[in-house]
Ligand binder design. Sequence first.
Ligand SMILES: Cc1ncc(COP(=O)(O)O)c(C=O)c1O
Length: 450
Amino acid sequence: MKTQLQPKFNKDRYLDGDSVTRRIYSEASPLIPGGTSRLHYVSDPYPIYAHRGVGCRLTDVDGDERVDCLNNMTALIHGHCDPDVTTAVVDQAQLGVSFSEPSEPEIALAKLIIDRVPSVEKIHFRSSGTEAVMMAIKLARAFTGRHAIAKFEGAYHGYYDYVQLGIGSNPSNWGEARAPRSVPSSGGLSPTVTDEVVVMPFNDRSAVEQLLDKYGGKLAALLVEPLSNRSGMAQPDTGFYEFLRQITRQHDILLVFDEVIAFRLGTDGAQGRYGGSPDLTTFGKIIGGGIPIGAVGGRADVLNLLKPDAGPNMVLSGGTYSGNPLSAAAGRATLAKLDTATFARLDFLGERMRTGVNAIFQAGQQRAQATGDGSLFQIVPTDQPIENYRSVPTDPSANLWLDQFQSKLLETGVIISHRGLSCLSTAMDELVVDECLDAFEKAVSLMRKT
Ligand SMILES: Cc1ncc(COP(=O)(O)O)c(C=O)c1O
């Protein structure tokens, strides 16, 4: 859905003393911790509350419309209320929203993904990316007979205990660059978790070699987030994923790509873009068209451990909503509209956005940059090159800059996450990107006045 240029400025009604947002927030706070179940949406003084979304625009409860460059944390690749996705959902809802029995949309979505991603021979659906990661780890443990896992520092894989390590660390606790500490990033984790997770530095081959020489025999899986937003969307060095492919094979460790976000990069996702051919891939977000979903796909001999006759290592799976027809119908309609031409257009728009934002930061003397690839972009509060998680500033002043910049962007008409995560949708065109760039320019001048 194309949209026309609609320059508006100062969309800050949500901050007024008598705003609907403020009223809803004060009603929500005593009921829901933080006023929302999406805690990453909590921002100072409170988040905006969505009223409705159409195409690339979202209207808040105070009636202010902004360009949505977050798209439910990247899940909505066609923006809001895409007509084909909406029709698929309504049609399916009229047949039934969920059943105990398996249904045809699940199989259709499975076929679509398997046809597109060469490393995926079989697939198993879950209801969220977190569940997909959890299942990938269980499958890897059952397949290898080992229990520990490895992940990269800064990589976010959802909120399963074993991956909530090494994502919020800072210079006071992150340890040696070549052997990062497994710093817990959440309360409530069992203390034994830290002993079962090896955290590795991204883009550092010799450190990875050394850590795998030391711990490889204990590891069931190595998890990779191919374009990690908490690591400033650091690009993999040339051949890094092929290197991971070879070294994990040498150590009999399963290589798992977490493409919950990065599947946005093309018909065959990040592995098509950067190489690596993983044993397992986790999916989520866009494959459900905006309705809850997760999936783990990959080698048939690993996925077959889910079969009831798999023997003593059979992995028990459940999930009232796993493979539900509503998510599958929305996902199928979403993927059906994503061909190589569509991805090429998203790549072009993404490049226009990143180049434009970087020029604006430079002209406005902001120590910040837009990184990313394809339709994904990340605002990072540094002008230095990004190699891995440690290239991204963790100091309070950098975080404050990002928080303030995100608020200024809300005022000038663009939504991004307060951590800087942003993305485009197929509902956007060059006019919309230029409208966003205009808002970025205004936000920079507001920053210069503060
Ligand atoms: C790379 C990655 N993996 C896993 C997850 C968890 O997915 P979900 O939020 O659907 O549980 C996320 C969520 O943002 C993610 O970005």
